[in-house]
Design a protein around this ligand. Structure first.
Ligand code: COA
Length: 388
């Protein structure tokens, strides 16, 4: 392989064969197992969508009821995990808390039996069931409260909002939360999914797979962007400052958060659905002061950067939805993880079904036969060899 053939970021390089999801970045299409995302957002639930992604087909009524029941049964977390979280610093980022807690699950469910469908199902159920509980638990613990136990009478998303806000959510808020989880559940081989697949390919346990994916999702160029979007809208402050902000970013060649995508060169279809959800939430619960700043920003960026295919991505409007649902800004990415765990598990299952360990190659750009300089003869570059 020559340097000319090297693709930074592996752009456009196929890394697997997969039938889980499909993206057409030119036409703004996203499908899970062939079903368009807008159809799922309208008609499905997050748990049904997770089942579809992981097992490849929509469940029957009985299969869904059993799956929901198993998840409900496993929502509680062990008191030792809660106690472990109580030792985490309150100032720590909730994504770090989630990564550590997801990895800790591997200590409690240590058996690794990847050829056994019952083991696979058990791990899927535990991860889907416990991750929302862990996210909500850390939020309450860092406020100095004891975590709220899951409520068996509430659906998956309603229960998450209940554990987080310590009160039963409005039914529209719970449904919108569920749609957000559907929208974020899967997106082909993005960075965190690739990370999950690489980890899965070593045949380690699924808790390690999810923990490594959580760590990857945390970065500002991936899941962390929705958090950055809200900080950016706060920084812009008002509609009349949008144009100057965009022009300054362009001049500095720095990225505007919530815009651009490696695959989509038009507006992300999930952003379109999320924008409608934002408006629905505003009708019921009142407008967000930053919405007008956001829509103006979308127009100005389209005007200045549209020719490069830079349009809103999934993270642009999701933060405004989450704010209205009472979710603190630094929990946006953990909420993304609650949803994306479905996609990670689907790729984990697909990967171990026909596994080959990932071991790409590199193009070496270093030297050969370099001299080993004895330590006393080495020049300290920080002091230019002059000593202190
Ligand atoms: N703001 C300003 N310019 C952007 C941009 C953004 N958010 N996203 C892309 N561009 C520009 C690039 O500067 C580049 O311009 P150039 O050709 O003049 O150099 C061009 O569009 C292509 O972008 P590139 O950085 O090559 O795209 P990528 O596929 O490597 O990166 C992202 C994709 C998502 C990493 C990038 O768009 C980004 O950093 N966005 C902001 C963070 C974000 O919202 N992440 C969430 C993704 S879901």
């Amino acid at each position: 392989m020559t340097i000319g053939e090297f693709k930074p970021g592996l752009e456009g390089v196929p890394a697997t064969l997969s039938n889980i999801s499909f993206v057409d970045g030119q036409n703004g299409v996203l499908e899970y197992r062939g079903i368009p995302i807008d159809v799922l957002a309208q008609q499905s639930t997050f748990l049904e969508t997770a089942y579809l992604l992981i097992w490849g087909q929509l469940p029957t009524q009985l299969e869904l009821a059993e799956f929901e029941h198993e998840i409900q049964y496993h929502r509680r977390i062990k008191y030792r995990i809660r106690d472990m979280m109580k030792c985490f610093p309150e100032s720590g980022h909730p994504m770090d808390a989630l990564q550590a807690s997801a990895a800790a699950l591997g200590l409690f469910y240590a058996r690794r039996d990847l050829d056994n469908p019952a083991y696979i199902r058990g791990a899927v159920v535990r991860l889907l069931a416990k991750i929302p509980t862990m996210v909500a638990a850390f939020q309450l613990i860092r406020k100095g409260n004891d975590p709220v136990q899951p409520n068996d009478n509430l659906s998956y998303s309603a229960n998450f909002l209940y554990m987080l806000n310590e009160q039963q959510p409005d039914s529209i808020a719970a449904r919108i939360m569920d749609i957000c989880l559907i929208l974020h559940a899967e997106h082909t081989i993005n960075a965190s999914t690739f990370s999950a697949m690489v980890t899965a390919s070593t045949l380690t346990d699924p808790y390690a797979v999810v923990a490594s994916a959580v760590g990857t999702l945390a970065g500002p160029l991936h899941g962390g962007a929705s958090e950055e979007v809200i900080l950016m809208l706060e920084q812009i402050g008002s509609v009349d400052r949008v144009e100057a902000f965009v022009d300054q970013k362009i001049a500095q060649k720095s990225k505007i958060m919530g815009f651009g995508h490696r695959v989509y060169k038009v507006k992300d279809p999930r952003a379109t659905i999320l924008q409608k959800l934002v408006e629905q939430l505003f009708e019921k619960f009142g407008r967000d002061e930053y919405y007008d700043v956001a829509t103006t920003l979308e127009h100005v960026v389209a005007d200045r950067m549209g020719h490069k295919g830079v349009y809103p991505n999934v993270d642009f409007y999701s933060g405004l939805v989450y704010r209205k649902l009472g979710i603190p800004t630094d929990l946006f990415t953990p909420v993304f993880a609650i949803s994306r765990v479905a996609g990670w598990l689907a790729h984990w299952k697909e990967q171990i079904g026909e596994n080959r360990i990932f071991r790409p190659t590199q193009i070496y750009t270093g030297s050969h036969n370099s001299p080993y300089v004895p330590i006393k003869e080495r020049i300290d570059s920080s002091t230019n060899g002059l000593g202190t």
